[in-house]
Structure formats: structure tokens, C-alpha cells
Design a protein around this ligand. Structure first.
Ligand code: HEC
Ligand code: HEC
Length: 415
């Protein structure tokens, strides 16, 4: 784990302790926490994570009996989708389409709780600046904890499609790990709500296993630690990534260590409307009145009265992005070069990206109702106009893609 850099170890230990403490606090055991030794707390956190690993890969957790968490979050693809589909198929018959692209589950460990007003901690930039909506899990940040998130796919009719928590618990009562689950649930599997809670906590604990979920083993991490050299093309790509007048990517996808030495996560956890084209491959989009507006709904319901939030989605990490074959919240692109090219020429050559309406005019930002198109981001590289020279040439886009490939975990020197 040498590649993780100096700050990773204290951070990791802190997270582990925090995680263990949270899990212990939530376990609701009769014993008071004060009476439990640190070793006991750690042992329980480890047992939960080990159970979570079994649950994550178990198709018995779905109504079809054929879909596990890993069906959509495949470890061979950094816990992202194993195919190029914009949205995955699930449900009882495995034929019900989802509405959003599957994100990677890597590097979620440090996402802050969702807040509408985010002030940087003193470790990073300026603590007096309100960075706006930040944090949370899913593309719209509508849940904060892994355990609350895990409930969603288990009960969603187009994902694992269980009718109720009780249905999930009935399945795990017959599983080979039922005894381990029973121990963690306090000796009995009778109370379905309690068992379901333990199950969700186990999945959350598994998602905090650093070897699986935040290993920091990319070539870029090795380079940061002085143990690898970037090729000339990769180094050019990094410079373009960081240059505010060129890619300006690092403005949102942070590429430098935090002031306290924590490795870069390649996201600031903020939200932005990029105005990516509407994706006709998503069946829900066949209804012209349906729009996925991210922060302002429809999946998220508490910020519906915030028109200024419509079209905003969370900035994903770019770690392992080169293992993906579907990009952005609606999976509109299937090629990393194309995803980067969109940044370069969204505004200079919109006809390349957007359809034409009946009158032949290019309908920019066609996945947003006209009223919300003003929310779309205009910072560089999105500060150009039709016919201008794009912020990045084709050669520069290729350099950027070469750099993005250095963010894939599992780098071994000499490769
Ligand atoms: C049918 C495909 C599918 C299955 C099965 C599935 N997920 Fe997901 N997962 C998704 C999609 C799509 C999203 C994005 C949802 C959104 O933005 O509303 C997601 C998001 C997540 C997130 C948040 C990631 C982020 O970047 O914020 C976590 C954590 C997660 N899933 C864990 C799980 C767990 C645990 C299971 C098993 C209990 C599971 N998923 C099963 C498709 C799936
Ligand atoms: C204003 C903030 C911002 C800037 C600047 C920015 N991005 Fe992003 N990036 C985002 C957001 C937000 C998304 C998700 C948007 C969505 O899905 O609608 C995203 C998504 C992506 C994705 C798709 C990732 C995935 O998992 O699907 C890639 C690739 C990407 N960005 C690369 C870049 C590159 C390369 C640059 C520089 C040329 C850049 N970004 C500049 C905010 C930004």
C-alpha cells in the first residue's frame, strides 16, 4: 500500500475507527458502548464487513434469484457496470430497465453528508466560501449512509425487486451464512426489521473495506509517491487537466493531495449541470414529459421547489473512469474520448451533440426543459461560443484520455 501516499494511513485508520464506532453505536446491543473494548468493536466491524462481502455477491438477495449487487457493481470494473448499457435491466424478470447509469462504488468513503451549503474544512481551500450543494450518495445525493443506500436497490422494482424487507430476510434465513447473520443480529433471525438492519449495516461495512473500495493503487498514486514516471503524453494530459484555461478539469475533479496529505479523490463532491444530451436509449425518456433533473427530482423529492437546482448532478470521481463503457448520469456516451470531446466542443459545435428540432434548429441542452437551461455550467472549458476554437484539440483530448488511464487501480511498475 506504499503507493497510497503519506496521508492515506492516518485517514484510513480514522475512517476505520469512525466506521467501527458508528457500527457499534448503531448495533443497538444491550451492552453499553463504554463497556466494550476497542478490540470487540473492531471484531464486530470486521465480522459485519465479512458478512457484507457474502451478501454483496449473493443473488438470493433478489426477487429473481439471479441478481446480486455485483451484477451491476462488478469488481472487475471497479464496482461499476460490466457492460456498455446506459441503464441496467433488473426486476423480477430481469427485464425492467433502470433510469440512471451505474456508478462505481470505489472512493465513496470520504463523501461528506449532503448539505446545501458546504464550507471547506480548514484542511482544504477557503473556509468562508459557500460551495453550494455538496455530498451524499447516488447521482443526486439523496442518501447519506451506505445502509440507507443499500435499501434502495433491494426494494426497487427495477433492481433487486424484493416486495419487502421481510422477503429479503426470508431468503437469507436459508443462506449458508445464516448463522453468522444470527450472531450479529443478537442470537435470533425472528425479528425481520432488525435482521434487515444488520444486513444493511453489513453491506455498508463491506463498502468501507479499503483493499476493495479505496486501494489507491493507480499509476497516478505511484507517481505521487515518486514510484512511477508518467509518459510524455500522460504528463501533457495532466497539465491540460489542471490548466484553468484548457481542460480546467481539476476545478471539479480535484487532482492534488489535500493540505493534510490525503490522496486526491478526483471529485470535490459538488454538483453541476453539464447539460449532457438526452439519451433515447433510456426507455423512461420515451415520455417527452419525463426529465431526470437530478437534485430537484423526480427521484429526489425534498428539493423540488428549487428550480436553480434542476439539472445538477454530483461530480463523480474519475478514478477508474477508463474501466467504464458508459458515461454520465444518463449513460449517453460509451467512449471515454467522446466523453472528453463533449467538454471541448459542447458550446463550439453543438450540432455534433444535440438533435435538431422540427424547424432544423439545434436543440442544445435537450435533456432539460427550457426553463432550466440557464442552470448549465459556463465555466471553462464551457466558456466558448458557437464557431469558436474548441478549448481542446483532438490531440489534446487524446492526451487527456491517456492521463485518465493512469487513474485505474492495479498498476504494477514496469507495465
Ligand atoms: C440493477 C442494477 C443495480 C443493482 C443490482 C445494485 N445497484 Fe447500486 N446503483 C445502481 C444505480 C443505477 C445507482 C445510481 C442510483 C441513483 O443515482 O439514483 C447505484 C448507486 C449505488 C450506490 C451509490 C454510489 C454513488 O456513487 O453515490 C451505492 C453505495 C450502491 N449503489 C450500492 C449497492 C448495493 C450495496 C447493492 C446491493 C444491495 C446495489 N447497489 C445493487 C444500480 C444497481
Ligand atoms: C464544473 C465542474 C466540472 C468540470 C470543470 C469538469 N467536470 Fe467532469 N463531471 C462533472 C459532473 C457534475 C459530472 C457528472 C455530470 C452528469 O452526469 O450529468 C462529470 C462527469 C465526468 C465524466 C463521466 C464520469 C462517469 O463516471 O460517468 C468524465 C469522463 C469527466 N467528467 C471528465 C472530465 C474532464 C476530462 C474534464 C476536463 C476537460 C472535466 N470532467 C471537467 C463536473 C465537472
Amino acid at each position: 500500500m506504499a503507493a497510497a501516499g503519506t496521508g492515506a494511513k492516518p485517514l484510513r485508520l480514522f475512517l476505520l475507527v469512525l466506521c467501527a464506532a458508528l457500527l457499534a453505536a448503531a448495533a443497538g446491543e444491550a451492552r453499553a458502548d463504554a463497556e466494550r473494548s476497542r478490540a470487540a468493536v473492531f471484531a464486530e466491524a470486521r465480522a459485519l464487513a465479512a458478512l457484507g462481502r457474502l451478501l454483496f455477491f449473493d443473488p438470493a438477495l433478489s426477487a429473481s434469484g439471479r441478481m446480486s449487487c455485483a451484477s451491476c457493481h462488478d469488481p472487475a470494473f471497479a464496482y461499476g457496470p460490466p457492460n456498455a448499457l446506459a441503464v441496467q435491466l433488473g426486476g423480477k424478470d430481469l427485464r425492467q430497465p433502470g433510469v440512471r447509469a451505474v456508478p462505481s462504488l470505489r472512493y465513496l468513503q470520504a463523501i461528506p453528508q449532503f448539505t446545501e451549503h458546504y464550507y471547506d474544512s480548514d484542511e482544504e481551500g477557503d473556509a468562508s466560501v459557500d460551495n453550494g450543494p455538496t455530498g451524499g450518495l447516488t447521482w443526486d445525493g439523496r442518501v447519506d449512509r451506505g445502509r440507507d443506500q443499500a435499501r434502495l436497490p433491494l426494494l426497487s422494482p427495477f433492481e433487486m425487486a424484493n416486495a419487502s424487507p421481510a422477503a429479503v430476510v426470508a431468503a437469507v434465513r436459508r443462506a449458508p451464512y445464516a448463522d453468522r447473520l444470527r450472531r450479529l443480529a443478537g442470537g435470533s433471525l425472528d425479528d425481520a426489521d432488525k435482521v434487515f438492519d444488520v444486513l444493511l449495516q453489513a453491506l455498508e461495512a463491506f463498502e468501507q473495506s479499503y483493499r476493495d473500495f479505496y486501494p489507491y493503487t493507480s499509476k497516478y498514486d505511484a507517481w505521487l509517491a515518486g514510484k512511477a514516471t508518467l509518459s510524455a503524453q500522460e504528463a501533457r494530459g495532466l497539465a491540460l487537466f489542471n490548466d484553468p484555461a484548457k481542460g480546467n478539469c481539476a476545478h471539479c475533479h480535484l487532482s492534488a493531495r489535500g493540505n493534510d496529505g490525503t490522496p486526491p479523490q478526483f471529485t470535490d463532491y459538488g454538483f453541476a449541470a453539464l447539460g449532457v444530451p438526452r439519451n433515447p436509449a433510456i426507455p423512461a425518456n420515451a415520455d417527452p414529459a419525463y426529465y431526470d433533473l437530478g437534485l430537484c427530482g423526480p427521484l429526489r423529492t425534498d428539493l423540488r421547489d428549487h428550480p436553480d437546482y434542476c439539472g445538477l448532478f454530483i461530480t463523480p470521481t474519475l478514478r477508474n473512469v477508463a474501466t467504464r463503457r458508459t458515461f454520465f448520469h444518463n449513460g449517453i456516451f460509451h467512449d471515454l474520448t467522446e466523453a472528453v470531446a463533449f467538454y471541448a466542443s459542447r458550446d463550439t459545435d453543438p450540432a455534433r451533440w444535440y438533435p435538431r428540432d422540427a424547424s432544423g434548429a439545434v436543440e442544445t441542452f435537450d435533456d432539460l426543459p427550457a426553463a432550466y437551461r440557464a442552470n448549465v455550467d459556463r465555466e471553462p472549458p464551457f466558456d466558448r461560443h458557437r464557431g469558436d476554437k474548441p478549448a481542446l484539440s483532438d490531440a489534446e483530448i487524446a492526451d487527456l484520455v491517456a492521463f485518465l488511464k493512469t487513474l485505474t487501480d492495479g498498476y504494477t511498475a514496469g507495465k
